[in-house]
Design a binder for this molecule. Structure first.
Ligand code: ADP
Ligand code: MG
Length: 690
């Protein structure tokens, strides 16, 4: 095995490789494009392409692909080989600048929410030089953005890149107020990824897992997670081998996988990488999910990324650690030591508090999906209500600013910068696991994301909302004669106004839901409640102002997500019906028939099978009920409204409750039917494999 430093990034066309293989002037020109977003001249692109191809071929690559992130939430790729006939019956390995910079996949089958009529198949992919190309499965992957021919965006990467520019622009302005001259501020992200590993043999026997990613049936195992013996517990050797290979594969791709551990639920694990720029972290997370699935297969596992694969035990999320950092490496959410650093920190903190309060709806809808609806508010993940945890220390500082008094707390906080800002203790990392948006010392951790999500949407919203707060602050503070005074007034006023979003208590409690309602915080419980707010006037205004989305682009996104939701529920309901009719009900009938025949035989020889009769009755009654519920579910599925908005509401209000009903009956029957008859692996089988 190679040494890790040698292995790391060995399949990535990164800065180190570029320096080695590109002519100096070409390297410089490409660097400028990467840093400043200038266009790449075609002769430069030709040289880059040729060098990239030579490097890729030397690593065994035969194909290249423009890799992009359409609205499906997963990545897309179409492979072309490098070969080009030379006219003499031989082939050359060829790759031009044009092929590097622009691709034209047939775009007609990707969701566009009405932006691009299906007959207008043309869309194009454009190289994103800010994320490195890499080799996977003998193919050179080129990260790209995806647009329609008329320039409308059809992917998740373009808005993310735009939002990074927006927040950079405003943060640079803000830093000028503190006499700092920086060129660029970058949003950084460290996404912690949760997942389940189960034996592939069990997975293969369950069409619900195969078709919907989750179990639609399953009585609870006598043992769940109540003993909490899995969290950080010792890792099964099989899983350990998986994790070791996963790390190797990720490292080759330059993904800094750092921490691997067991999570709370049996079979649940987590991987946390070291943070990177928002763009690279997003690409890396998409790749991570893919690589996890591939490596799992090689170890006889199925990797489940669904938010709620099993009822009754924890589901999986993705913790999105987010911060802003300057080109000289200053983390803007690091409280700092001097009074002026304090003031700058408090201003950025205030901007984030305001952003989260003003755009609760957007952050909420960025995590809305059929899968995540099972988690949010279910006593394992944050509620569907946005709030911010800052810790007691920082809350006291905030209160002292609002109340114009000096902060208490151990004499650590001194009032500095004239009358205003107290000194913050460095170590401010107390934890509150129930908060959806928590300050963890030098970054915020957004915990509502589901495990299968592409993190681009959430971070696009976060970046843009913070850019907007900063813009308003900059407009007010720029050119002020008494900056300290103006700054103090602004911070005090804004904290006062947005204090309602701060909450340090138990986010899982019923009392918080009531308290949040009194405070006027939003509580969109289900996906259809949240998604329709994408195109609220204030949100359209926000995205337009910062050049992220036009109204049409936003509307198309809303429609794609709503449509995706109702389709998912329909697939789940149909899968349920299939399992009920063709697996579960027949199994129950086989067992009850056998029992009935036994009873008859026993009676014929003069025995009195009282207990068996009771059991048989119970079975028969419950089977009848299950058949009735299956028919009712079938009726509901046959009557889906054609309008997608109505269908989404119908899914959550009519279909899901009926699915729950059917499941209750089937799960009860599972507990009284002979295990030998049961047509699929049970929760105990799946969760406690060897
Ligand atoms: P936890 O206790 O939540 O697991 P960790 O200290 O392991 O916290 O860090 C979680 C994630 O936060 C890691 O991916 C880490 O790289 C990331 N992180 C640390 N600093 C930053 C930052 N400045 N910006 C974004 N993410 C960060
Ligand atoms: Mg965490």
């Amino acid at each position: 095995m190679k040494q890790i430093p040698e292995l790391f990034g060995s399949m990535v066309f990164n800065d180190h490789v570029m320096r080695q293989v590109l002519p100096k002037t070409v390297y410089k020109s490409l660097k400028r494009t990467m840093q400043e977003g200038t266009a790449l001249e075609s002769d430069v692109a030709d040289v880059v392409a040729a060098c990239m191809k030579d490097w890729a071929v030397s690593k065994g690559a035969t194909h290249f692909t423009h890799w992009f992130q359409p609205m499906t939430g997963i990545t897309a790729e179409k492979h072309d080989s490098f070969i080009s006939p030379d006219g003499n019956g031989n082939v050359l390995m060829d790759f031009s600048g044009k092929e590097l910079v622009k691709g034209e996949p047939d775009a007609s089958s990707f969701p566009s929410g009405g932006l691009r009529a299906t007959f207008e198949a043309r869309g194009y992919t454009a190289w994103d030089p800010t994320s490195y190309a890499f080799i996977k499965d003998d193919t050179l992957f080129i990260p790209t953005a995806f647009c329609s021919y008329t320039g409308q965006i059809l992917d998740k990467k373009t808005p993310l890149l735009r939002s990074m520019d927006a927040v950079s622009k405003e943060a640079v302005r803000t830093l000028k107020l503190f006499n700092k001259d920086v060129k660029r501020v970058t949003a950084t992200i460290g996404p912690e990824q949760e997942y389940f590993l189960i034996d592939v043999k069990d997975y293969e026997k369950r069409i619900d897992l195969k078709l919907t990613g989750r179990t639609l049936f399953g009585a609870p195992s006598p043992k769940g997670q109540e003993k909490e013996d899995h969290y950080f517990g010792s890792i099964r050797p099989r899983v350990k081998a998986f994790m070791a290979e996963l790390d190797q594969e990720l490292w080759k791709l330059g993904i800094p996988s750092k921490t691997e551990h067991n999570e709370v639920a049996p079979c649940q694990h987590e991987m946390a990488p070291v943070f990177e720029t928002a763009n690279i972290a997003t690409d890396a997370n998409q790749l991570t999910m893919e690589v996890m699935k591939q490596v799992a297969e090689r170890h006889g596992f199925a990797c489940l990324l669904h938010e709620k694969p099993f009822e009754g035990i924890n589901g999986s999320g993705k913790h999105n650690n987010w911060s802003l950092s300057t080109d000289s490496g200053e983390n803007l959410l690091d409280p700092g030591k001097t009074p002026s650093e304090n003031a700058q920190f408090i201003l950025f903190l205030t901007a984030i508090i305001k952003a989260v309060d003003d755009y609760q709806d957007l952050l909420r809808l960025s995590v809305a999906s059929a899968g995540n609806d099972h988690r949010l508010g279910a006593n394992e993940a944050p509620p569907a209500i946005l709030s911010i945890f800052v810790g007691d220390e920082l809350e006291e500082v905030i209160n002292s600013i609002i109340e114009s008094r000096s902060a208490k707390s151990g004499g650590m906080n001194k009032i500095e910068l004239g009358m205003v800002l107290p000194r913050l203790p460095q170590d401010n990392s107390d934890r509150n696991r129930t908060s959806p948006f928590a300050f963890t010392g030098n970054k915020f951790e957004f915990r509502m994301l589901g495990s299968s999500f592409n993190i681009a949407c959430t971070n696009t919203i976060l970046n843009t909302a913070v850019a907007e707060s900063l813009r308003l602050f900059n407009d007010e503070l720029e050119g002020k004669e008494d900056f300290s005074f103006a700054l103090h007034n602004l911070i005090k006023r804004e904290l006062q106004e947005h204090k309602r979003i701060l909450f340090n208590g138990n986010g899982y409690s019923k009392e918080w839901e009531e308290e949040a309602e009194r405070r006027g915080l939003l509580n969109y419980k289900k996906t259809p409640d949240a998604l329709v707010h994408y195109t609220d006037e204030k949100n359209v205004e926000l995205f337009k102002r910062h050049g992220i989305y036009t109204f049409e682009e936003l509307k198309s996104r809303e429609e794609i997500l709503i449509d995706g939701y109702q389709k998912q529920i329909k697939i789940e309901a149909l899968t349920m019906i299939e399992m009920l009719k063709r697996e579960i009900i027949p199994a129950c009938l086989r067992y009850s028939d056998k029992l009935a025949k036994g009873i008859e035989t026993k009676k014929s020889i003069g025995l009195d099978p009282d207990g068996e009769l009771t059991l048989c009755k119970d079975l028969t009654e419950n089977i009848s009920e299950l058949i009735a519920k299956t028919d009712a579910l079938k009726y509901d599925v046959d009557n889906f409204p054609s309008d997608v908005y109505k269908a989404a509401r119908y899914s959550s209000d009519v279909v899901i409750p009926m699915m729950d009903e059917a499941r209750r009956s089937a799960d009860y029957l599972e507990t009284i039917v002979d295990k030998k008859e049961w047509p699929m692996p049970t929760y105990t089988d799946i969760l406690f494999y060897n």
